[in-house]
Design a protein around this ligand. Structure first.
Ligand code: T3D
Length: 260
């Protein structure tokens, strides 16, 4: 079977691979549905404590499949409402830490999906392209929210209006992504990072995601209140007790990832 999304289960974590390499992993509706099912399965698996998202072939994701878009009779906002927006929301709200390994070009909504993940690593040869202007569209799937917050409005505006490719090294230097590495080191490094996160205090990492998600909307006061509440929740979990004990005993912690 030619799967549009491939899922591999590792020890405590899963890799999800966008798999339409002949179209640079551009999204179609069936691919969105397979990805949603893969994410559902990972979220529901209590043994899964981290995710790694990447693409097959020479691209990460070229955004929306333009052939499907051209052939489609639905209003343009339909796929955003039905697929992209829920995908971005769920990546952001997932209980799991999500690493994104950008193995090649990311364009259009492919960039937004990557930026919705928690930690983005890119191969040195990869590029990020706000491809929208070239086809007469505006950035979507959260691009106009995430880009200015990560790299500042001046850079975000120029990238969107001009549609110029941003090389991975520059993306890392600007703070769009965590870092870039040599192409042949991308998957080993991304896998090691995901495995490391999978042995972390999973429920607490989920609480951290909640704090960061709230940050752009709140004031210092509201964020201080939220941190207080999340900290109380974290401290009621077994991983806090284990972390404190491990510190006392001068050994690495053995986190269960559970919330209680
Ligand atoms: O619902 C809605 O429609 C709204 C949602 C919008 C969300 C969006 O993401 S809009 C933006 C859509 N994406 C793009 O506009 C990017 C289009 N692609 C490109 O500009 C270039 O392909 C790249 C800059 C990404 C890479 O260039 P290059 O030279 O490395 O590769 P290529 O030769 O252009 O592409 C390789 C193949 O993939 C090629 O097919 P071929 O000629 O070998 O048969 C190309 O047509 C295909 N491909 C690339 N991107 C897409 C695509 N096919 C369909 N849709 C694509 N997005």
């Amino acid at each position: 079977m030619n799967e549009l999304i491939q899922t591999r289960a590792q020890d405590g974590w899963r890799t999800i691979v966008l798999n339409r390499p002949e179209r640079l992993n551009a999204f179609t509706e069936p691919m969105h549905e397979e990805l949603a099912a893969g994410l559902d399965a990972a979220e529901a698996d209590p043994d899964c404590r981290a995710l790694l998202l990447t693409g097959s072939g020479r691209g990460f994701c070229a955004g929306q499949d333009l052939e499907e878009a051209r052939a489609n009779t639905r209003p343009l906002g339909y796929r955003l409402e039905r697929h992209y927006n829920p995908l971005v929301r769920r990546l952001r709200r997932s209980r799991l830490p999500i690493v994104c390994a950008i193995n090649g070009v990311a364009a259009g909504a492919g960039v937004s999906i990557a930026l919705a993940c928690d930690i983005v690593l890119a191969a040195r040869s990869a590029q990020f392209i706000q491809a929208f202007a070239a086809i007469g569209l505006v950035p979507d799937a959260g691009g106009t929210f995430m880009m200015p917050r990560l790299i500042g409005e001046a850079r975000a505006r120029a990238l969107a209006l001009l549609g110029e490719p941003l090389p991975a090294e520059q993306a890392a230097a600007w703070g769009l992504i965590w870092r870039c590495c040599d192409d042949d080191r991308l998957m080993p490094e991304a896998e090691a990072l995901t495995a490391r996160l999978a042995s972390g205090p999973t429920a607490t990492l989920g609480l951290m995601k909640r704090a960061f998600a709230a940050s752009p909307h709140g004031s210092l006061d509201s964020q201080l209140d939220l941190e207080r509440d999340l900290q109380a929740e974290a401290a009621s979990g077994a991983d806090y007790a284990e972390g404190m004990l491990a510190f006392q005993e001068k050994r690495p912690p053995r986190f269960s990832g559970a919330s209680r």
